[in-house]
Design a protein around this ligand. Structure first.
Ligand SMILES: NC(=O)c1ccc[n+]([C@@H]2O[C@H](COP(=O)([O-])OP(=O)(O)OC[C@H]3O[C@@H](n4cnc5c(N)ncnc54)[C@H](OP(=O)(O)O)[C@@H]3O)[C@@H](O)[C@H]2O)c1
Length: 315
């Protein structure tokens, strides 16, 4: 319990028995780098400098988003206790470590990831230790392989099993793995991933992959869960009608749809009001028919990188 304010429990149980919140906050600030000048990009990649920069008076002049520390600090008070980061998300690990210091370690759930760079250039143990240093924590709750880099992911997985056994993380999993990656993994794995985090939203519902994960005891975690509020969702007639029925916004309807489908959505926002809104989805329930209507919006439209067709070195 944090200052007596947190009331909800960790609702989902992973295959190794640990519990995890049913909804989370994604802290990818890489988007901000791309919008910024080269100078800012360089500063962003150095983690502590990023933190000092966003806290500095000069920051406004640089015109890049500085909302992350404020949102992270406030999030647990809104019962948002799952935080998704990565070694590839610039200073976000450092921000989490810094802003969550005042809370009990048991009251938040940290996910970080083995970046593509580290997968090629470090051992998995070296990579997680460097993340733990940034986070200022002794363990992470969930450690994920960020992308199925063709030549390295099977070898990395064997090392992931090792760091799990050593207690550096409470659970292990993968991101962006398609069925064929998971089938390859099965051949060498002693422990199967507890989570697969991948792109999923009403424009791209990934039914086959979700069925496969459910059949194999792998918890689905949905990234880009609101489809970045793409105009095709903002103006979708079915969503508009359901939204009016419950007096909830379209993002709230979409996040509730994820939860009722068994996914853990990790949504990003730069606005506290949006975070408050996104966490306020526990007082209504969609009917099966409404869930089906939202399922039917799918047009297999991927908004992010395709793990079977991308340049891992540039992610
Ligand atoms: N494993 C991977 O390879 C991978 C890849 C991509 C993403 N991720 C994770 O997933 C997280 C989320 O992904 P994402 O940012 O691509 O997609 P997203 O969370 O679906 O979309 C974020 C966008 O939606 C808007 N939004 C959020 N809540 C809103 C609300 N209540 N009302 C209106 N607009 C709202 C935000 O704008 P405002 O700022 O204005 O609220 C922001 O522009 C990332 O931060 C990261 O942690 C993982």
């Amino acid at each position: 319990m944090i200052n007596g304010e947190i009331t909800t429990s960790y609702k989902r149980i992973l295959s190794n028995g640990i519990s995890i919140p049913e909804m989370g906050f994604g802290t990818d600030i890489a988007q901000t780098w791309r919008n910024s000048s080269n100078r800012v990009t360089k500063i962003y990649r150095r983690t502590k400098q990023y933190y000092k920069l966003v806290k500095s008076k000069n920051f406004k002049r640089l015109k890049v988003d500085n909302s992350l520390p404020k949102i992270v600090k406030y999030a647990p008070k809104l019962n948002c206790r799952l935080f998704d980061t990565s070694r590839a998300y610039g200073g976000s690990e450092y921000v989490l470590g810094h802003e969550l210091k005042g809370y009990n370690r048991d009251d938040y759930f940290i996910i970080t990831k083995l970046s593509n760079f580290d997968q090629k250039n470090k051992t998995v143990k070296e990579a997680i230790i460097s993340s733990l240093e940034q986070l200022n924590m002794d363990y992470v709750d969930l450690y994920l392989i960020h992308w199925p880099q063709t030549d390295t992911y099977l070898k990395s997985w064997k090392q992931m099993e090792q760091i799990y056994k050593e207690g550096l993380c409470r659970a292990i999993g993968v991101c962006n793995f398609n069925i064929h990656h998971l089938e390859e993994l099965k051949k060498v794995a002693e422990i199967m991933p507890m989570v697969n985090q991948f792109e999923c939203h009403p424009l791209f519902t990934q039914n086959n992959l979700i069925d496969y994960c459910n059949e194999n005891g792998i918890q689905v975690m949905a990234y880009t869960p609101t489809g970045r509020m793409d105009f095709r969702l903002k103006r979708n007639r079915k969503l508009e009608i359901i939204s009016k029925n419950y007096n909830k916004s379209i993002p709230q309807i979409i996040l509730r749809w994820h939860m009722q489908n068994g996914n853990i959505p990790i949504v990003n926002t730069t606005k506290l009001d949006h975070l408050r809104e996104n966490m306020d989805i526990f007082d209504f329930e969609l009917t099966n028919q409404e869930v089906e209507q939202i399922n039917s919006i799918n047009i297999n439209s991927r908004l992010r990188y395709d793990p079977d067709n991308c340049d891992f070195d540039r992610l």
